[in-house]
Design a protein around this ligand. Sequence first.
Ligand code: SF4
Ligand code: SF4
Ligand code: SF4
Length: 178
Amino acid sequence: MNRAEAIEALLPQTQCTRCGYPGCRPYAEAIAAGSAEINQCPPGGAAVIGRLAALLGRAPLPLNPVHGTEGPTLLAQIDEQACIGCAKCLPPCPVDAIIGARKHVHTVVAELCTGCELCIAPCPVDCITLIARPPLPPPPEPAVNRLRYTAHTERLERRARERAALLEARKRLASTES
Ligand code: SF4
Ligand code: SF4
Ligand code: SF4
């Protein structure tokens, strides 16, 4: 792993561009080349600055406010009543967290959204907002767990039976050929 790769591995990968570069990789390359400081990534905040400083043997710096401030992770939310289905929010999303076809309501897959904000500006009707990311959803109900466990064990048993039958067939074939 070269220096830029080692730096990139410490960055949050939201590709939000707030560091002033078109993504985490170009920012990592700029740090490695000495043309960018280690304190330009608001999503990473003090934690990432500390890790970069340790990697590069430098003193940590405070986050440069020119690039923004550190805050809670956000989640994009689309007002489905207002969405006109123009699909302009799809291309800017770096992690394909928005789903929807042209002329249909779009929605954000919460599990995938990094809160990078890149979908906000392209929306012509301002129906995307950022909210504080809620805590993880509660685990599935016991009945759902049970159904999933039953399906899981049935699949394992079926595969074991299929493997045993295949082995038996191969043995029979080998004995007829010898
Ligand atoms: S600000 Fe941080 S997370 Fe955003 S693109 Fe730059 S390095 Fe990546
Ligand atoms: S849905 Fe919006 S905020 Fe979330 S990752 Fe995509 S572009 Fe970023
Ligand atoms: S840009 Fe706005 S109006 Fe267009 S599809 Fe996305 S959320 Fe809906």
